[in-house]
Design a protein around this ligand. Structure first.
Ligand code: CA
Length: 226
């Protein structure tokens, strides 16, 4: 799951960044309106956390930009305690939820997971395609009822494929999803190949089918119907 954290307070941003990474998210950051706007235009995010008070613009305008992209990106707004009107405007513009600063980390995590559940998995904690199932709360994948022992990256990869079932995922988009934009892409393509190979092996060893098809020269696709 890839998040964009838009927050101009460096101390708070560092703290949230560390916590979110610990919680298993891939996190990218923007400290200004312009930076955030550029990232939103270029990259895809599962969720954007938007501080409304930015030095060079309003987070409210970022919400509009996210909504204009017509992707299924969740939006969580951060506001100061006294900014009730902003909060209401943000929700009107299509934000999913808000948090008032200061907040507790566990609350942040709970709200993010609830938004992602709503957007990606129709409010369910279970996602199942053919014989493969993922329990999101336990972060555990199964083939039929056989639990898979996956690394963090393999789990993220499988989840990404299942979220985007039947869609062609390019190596670029997979690399971006798993590592953010902090890694040399040419290098990461070998990693992807190896992670997919291992993931497939584990699924097949547990009695599943080879559902991650390589589309030669283009990328990979998860095929539940074969
Ligand atoms: Ca701020």
């Amino acid at each position: 799951m890839k998040l964009l954290l838009v927050e101009d307070n460096p101390h708070l941003a560092d703290e949230m960044d560390a916590f979110l990474k610990e919680s298993g998210f891939v996190v990218e950051r923007a400290a200004t309106f312009d930076e955030a706007s550029e990232r939103i235009a270029v990259y895809q995010y599962d969720l954007v956390i938007v501080d409304l008070g930015l030095p060079d613009g309003s987070g409210l305008d970022l919400i509009t930009e996210i909504k204009q992209k017509e992707t299924d990106t969740g939006i969580l707004i951060l506001t100061a305690r006294d900014a009730i009107e902003d909060k209401v405007s943000g929700l009107d513009l299509g934000a999913d939820d808000y948090m008032t600063k200061p907040f507790h980390k566990s609350e942040l995590n709970a709200r993010i997971r609830s938004i992602l559940r709503r957007h990606k998995f129709n409010r369910s904690n279970i996602i199942q395609l053919a014989e493969i199932k993922i329990d999101l709360l336990a972060s555990q994948a199964f083939v039929n009822e056989v639990p898979l022992s996956l690394t963090k990256k393999e789990y993220d990869l499988l989840l990404y494929f299942m979220q985007n079932s039947t869609r062609l995922l390019t190596k670029e988009s997979i690399a971006e999803h798993l590592w953010g934009d902090h890694i040399d892409q040419a290098n990461s393509f070998d990693f992807i190949y190896n992670h997919i190979k291992n993931l497939r092996k584990k699924i097949i060893a547990a009695g599943g089918k080879n559902r991650i098809q390589a589309m030669y020269g283009m990328g990979y696709k998860f095929t539940p119907d074969q």
